[in-house]
Write a protein that binds this ligand. Structure first.
Ligand code: NAI
Ligand code: CS2
Length: 487
């Protein structure tokens, strides 16, 4: 197969207008690609990026620095249609997390100085749903979290994303510099409002007037982000090498990409529209549609597939009964809960998602999607199921998903193979399985009673609780195919 033509990066400009927190795969394959395309088309060098990791992946930061802050993105429409890009818009990479000898803050001062600089007009984030330290069900800041406790005690040496934003805003205010715009690019409902909540509630622990100033003067637009960007595997690096790209900082992703952004940037922004970014007044309908239809299906596939020993999305979507379940969930349980503008065809959207999941060139591991379920499921399944419950409607697919999630958090699949449970609440889950593992009825009741994950009103829906229990017992005794057949 002919190697795809490399679209080379635009020249470095040295100018930094954006600071990004969470230098992960998605940032490199989504926001940075839009900015690179924008710079190549416009020649505008103003919107270079300083990208930082706050907690992990110091190797990526150091690797990017060693590579002159350039890396490659391979966009796969399918295994034969690939667009290869070199990305150069990242002008600086910093690390403010715990370094090798356990010390925090290697570049924290440099990062805060960059965030407080008058040149910086936007701060974007992809720190995962757990990086905001919010109670997943209520959206309140978890001020009992040790990291937040640390930022409250030492506000000028912050370690969390909300803490860095508060301290940088304080420095800007003291210097008479207008606040930057804060744009979350994480998979959360009303991600701008939730980011604002985390920042304002943390600021309240420091100074009421500061919190009021942030609440009234700082812009926190929401955005819906969509591009499937799996964590890199050795096979991905080997495929890139076969295309002539040897780059430890490269990412692989699908060709599809979408960004819908609330247009509220008091200090200005790149003309993203030129790169098909949709600038809107209200992103909520698009965000809820994507979170419930795409991400809700992803999580259904992740827990049911992982329990059955299935490894990737591609493998799972080729399982007829699982594909039928996802389509049923999307059309019968998710779509009816959505309030969309005229002209949006949700059945066509559902089928487009199934086609994207069937991309034969992405090895999107179900274990990656299963990660952090306590932070994801409220917006992916539970808010929709709550809405249906309030209307007296059942949600059997979600009930099955919740049962599969509960069983998944035991750390063992249906064949007895063990795996680590990667979730901020993993310790709690282990304790619940330890205490109730032999009695599904009390185990399911204990999970539904977790009001920091499951809305109380849904947990109190006896019919829903019974459906979760029945699905849990069916999975545990009958296995996946039998359970799906009976649904
Ligand atoms: P990744 O694992 O490559 O990067 C995660 C980033 O979050 C890393 O920079 C890590 O240091 C940071 N992080 C994790 N916990 C943190 C914490 N407590 N505080 C501060 N930083 C923290 O994952 P990836 O693929 O970049 O995804 C990141 C987020 O992007 C997702 O959680 C999701 O919200 C969003 N996203 C991802 C998509 C994908 O397909 N990968 C697609 C759409 C959205
Ligand atoms: C996935 C998302 O890992 C997960 O939870 O569901 O990262 C998904 O790939 C993106 O939201 C697609 O836009």
């Amino acid at each position: 197969m002919m190697a795809p033509k490399l679209i080379e990066a635009s020249p470095k400009s040295g100018q930094i207008g954006i600071v990004h927190l969470g230098l992960g795969a998605f940032h490199r394959a989504h926001q940075a690609v839009y900015l690179e395309r924008y710079r190549q088309r416009s020649g505008d060098g103003e919107w270079g990026v300083c990208s930082a990791n706050l907690r992990s992946s110091v190797g990526l930061v150091d690797g990017l620095c060693a590579a002159g802050h350039r890396y490659h993105v391979a966009e796969y429409a399918d295994s034969k249609n690939i667009t290869l890009r070199e990305i150069g818009v990242i002008e600086e990479a910093l690390f403010s997390g715990r370094d090798a000898d356990g010390r925090w803050s290697r570049d924290r001062e440099a990062l805060l100085a960059r965030m407080a600089s008058v040149d910086t007009r936007i701060v974007t984030l992809t720190v995962t749903e757990k990086g905001y330290f919010l109670n997943p069900a209520s959206g309140e800041l978890r001020i009992d979290d040790p990291m937040i406790i640390g930022d409250i005690a030492s506000p000028q040496q912050p370690r969390t994303a909300p803490g860095l934003i508060v301290e940088a805003l304080v420095r800007r205010q003291e210097a008479g510099i207008a606040p930057f715009t804060v744009l979350s690019c994480d998979n959360m409902p009303a991600n701008g409002k939730r980011t604002r909540q985390a920042v304002v509630q943390l600021a309240e622990q420091r100074d009421a007037e500061l919190a009021s100033w942030i609440a009234n003067k700082v812009a926190f637009p929401s955005s819906m982000v969509d591009r499937i960007v799996p964590a890199m595997t050795d096979a991905d690096f080997e495929r890139l090498a076969a295309l002539g790209v040897t780059d430890p900082n490269a990412v692989v992703c699908e060709a599809f990409s979408q960004w819908v952004v609330e247009d509220h940037f008091p200090l200005g922004r790149p003309s993203w529209e030129a790169e098909e970014v949709e600038m809107v007044a209200d992103v909520a309908p698009f965000e809820t549609m994507k979170l419930r239809m795409l991400n809700g299906s992803h999580s259904l596939l992740a827990y049911l597939g992982a329990l059955a020993g299935i490894e990737t999305v591609y493998d799972g979507i080729n399982h007829d009964e699982l594909r039928a379940l996802l389509r049923r969930y999307m059309l019968e349980e998710a779509a009816p809960t959505l309030e969309m503008p005229e002209g949006i065809d949700l059945e066509a959207y559902a089928d487009s998602l199934l086609a994207r999941f069937a991309n034969d060139s992405l090895r999107h591991r179900l274990q990656q999607i299963a990660m952090d379920g306590s932070q994801k499921l409220p917006q992916r399944w539970l808010s929709g199921a709550l809405k249906r419950s309030a209307a007296g409607q059942s949600s059997p697919c979600v009930a099955l998903g919740v049962a599969a999630w509960i069983r998944y958090t035991a750390g063992q699949d249906l064949q007895g193979n063990s795996y680590p449970v990667d979730d901020p609440l993993a310790k709690r889950f282990a304790e619940l399985h330890q205490r109730h593992g032999r009695d599904p009825s009390t185990l399911v009741a204990a999970y539904l009673a977790m009001d920091d994950v499951v809305p109380n009103a849904l947990a109190q829906d006896e019919a829903f609780a019974q459906e979760v229990l029945a699905a849990y017992q069916a999975l545990s005794h009958g296995g996946l195919s039998e359970t799906l057949a009976a649904l």
